[in-house]
Design a protein around this ligand. Structure first.
Ligand SMILES: NC(=O)c1ccc[n+]([C@@H]2O[C@H](COP(=O)([O-])OP(=O)(O)OC[C@H]3O[C@@H](n4cnc5c(N)ncnc54)[C@H](O)[C@@H]3O)[C@@H](O)[C@H]2O)c1
Length: 477
């Protein structure tokens, strides 16, 4: 094994001790790794996930191992792997950054990297110059016994929510297959897993049947932002109907447990507030949002049809507004719209009078809720997964603006370029058709049947999201 040189050691410690003298983006994208996050009770959030299925937010891994003849001395630094997957995309692990395998296993008995070495291969019989090297440095994953390791299909796994779900399932040690057409998702959200032995990425459309052998299906494939789902309303309906039917057919054949990611939009413009699962909704069946709202309603009807008729083991999560890193910068959703505008010094456009309400949930809480529901025995009715942190759209715009300003003042994100005027103030624009006036979930059922409650404050989630978008925008410069 190659021993680290003095130069390589000092280079390593300079990474951990002080900002690397790289470009602006790299310097700022490293900053988040050192700040702790506190939950709703003011306690430091060190992990995400439900009981028994927790993943550290900051995974500690050894950074260098100095081997003497008889003993191994370890120096460790905290390496915020889960956060760094989205907050610090410039710092993906590299062969040079990777610890030697024995040290990894000594330090992390429960979370171990299955293949964390750079492996050059030569092709037998070919000249030595014809060689290739696979990338085999991955975030560490839990080692599960074969009997405990599930084969899990995540449709729409390259999207915003799906990619975080995939991260969590991978960290927990499962075999994960992603099926995605990249209609509104992006391969880069999963790039850090490509090549990992537990991971497969299939470009495919759920509207076409597929034969796979799986134990669980998280069916998320469907564009979720109005901008994306209205781009091709008929396709959105086909994805919701035919795509869901195909995945339910797969669940029936393989006896896999099936979870549908439904939405609060099935409640339409609600006349009941907050919305319990027993409320049947008030949906415009022919407006511009109908392709999504009615599509999800038919997807729910199909899901329970397969459960009653064919005994498919189903779960339905009705998801309320969720936000976080990896939302697309131009998907037109509330949080991404406001954050990107504030970071660019542009006006934050608020539709109507800004008095419509939204309840915002951070993505790690949603992922925990989805896994908890999948693993629960509750199959009879849909379960709301959302936060009760309700605020007007105007108040969220103001909160996001002040978050961007305070992170800038603290030097955690880059200042506006000197030539860019700061025009980031609220600007009112005409209301959009059928925009629901109020949204807040009644989450009593989630608390009772899966013991789920959000842990992240909106502010902690916004801090992470703003840092992520700041890094994205700087890299795009
Ligand atoms: N994010 C939220 O606030 C929210 C709220 C309610 C419900 N949901 C539901 O959660 C799921 C994920 O939402 P998201 O925010 O990650 O959306 P997203 O648009 O970021 O991700 C959806 C993913 O599905 C893929 N996809 C779309 N059509 C497909 C098809 N026909 N075949 C295969 N893949 C396809 C997209 O390429 C994308 O990767 C969706 O089903 C959505 O309805 C999300």
């Amino acid at each position: 094994m190659q021993q680290p040189t003095r130069d390589s050691l000092s280079a390593t410690s300079s990474l951990s001790d002080r900002p690397a003298p790289l470009d602006r983006a790299r310097a700022h994208s490293r900053a988040p790794s050192v700040r702790s996050v506190t939950d709703r009770d003011g306690n430091e959030l060190r992990e995400v996930g439900g009981t028994g299925e927790q993943v550290p937010l900051d995974l500690v891994r050894p950074i260098l191992c100095i081997l003497s003849i008889l003993r191994c001395t370890l120096t460790v630094r905290p390496s915020p792997q889960l956060q760094s997957l989205y907050l610090n995309p410039l710092a993906s692990p590299t062969a040079a950054d990777s610890p030697p395998p024995p040290a990894q296993h000594l330090r992390s008995p429960s979370l171990s990297s299955t293949s964390d070495r750079f492996s050059p291969h030569t092709v037998p019989g070919w000249p030595a110059s014809v060689a290739f090297a696979t990338r085999t440095t991955f975030p560490p994953v839990k080692k599960l016994a074969r009997a405990d390791r599930k084969r899990i299909l995540v449709t729409g796994g390259a999207g915003f929510v799906g990619s975080h779900l995939v991260d969590r399932l991978m960290f927990l040690g499962h075999d994960v297959v992603v099926l995605d057409s990249f209609f509104s998702g992006n391969k880069t959200t999963l790039a850090h897993w490509v090549g990992h032995p537990n991971f497969e990425l299939i470009r495919g459309d759920v509207v076409e049947p597929i034969l796979l052998e799986v134990d669980q299906i998280y069916h998320l494939a469907c564009p979720a932002s109005p901008k994306a789902y209205q781009r091709n309303a008929v396709k959105t309906l086909k994805t919701s109907f035919i795509g869901t039917q195909n995945m339910l057919g797969l669940a029936k054949r393989t006896k896999a447990r099936f979870l549908l990611s439904s939405t609060s939009e099935v409640y339409g413009s609600p006349t009941v507030h907050p919305q319990p699962e027993s409320y049947w909704g008030n949906v415009n069946p022919n407006g511009p949002r109908a392709c999504y709202d009615e599509g999800k309603r038919v997807a729910e009807a199909l899901t329970y049809g397969y459960a009653r008729q064919d005994g498919v083991d189903v779960r339905v999560a009705r998801i309320f507004n969720c936000f976080g890193p990896r939302m697309s910068t131009d998907d037109g959703r509330l949080v991404s719209n406001f954050v990107v505008a504030a970071l660019k010094g542009e006006p934050l456009q608020v539709y109507g009078d800004g008095q419509a309400t939204r309840s915002l949930m951070f993505v790690h809480d949603l992922v925990t809720g989805l896994i908890d529901l999948m693993e629960s025995s509750h199959s009879l009715t849909p379960v709301n997964i959302g936060s009760s942190d309700e605020g007007t759209v105007l108040s969220w715009a103001q909160t996001i603006l002040s978050t961007v300003r305070s992170l800038r003042a603290a030097g955690e994100i880059a200042p506006l370029p000197p030539a860019t005027p700061d025009r980031s103030e609220v600007e009112f624009v005409p209301a959009v058709v059928d925009d629901p006036p109020r949204r807040r979930p009644d989450t009593t059922l989630a608390r009772e049947v899966i013991g789920w409650d959000p842990r992240w404050t909106v502010q902690a989630g916004l801090d992470e999201t703003v840092r992520y978008f700041a890094a994205q925008l700087e890299m795009a410069d």
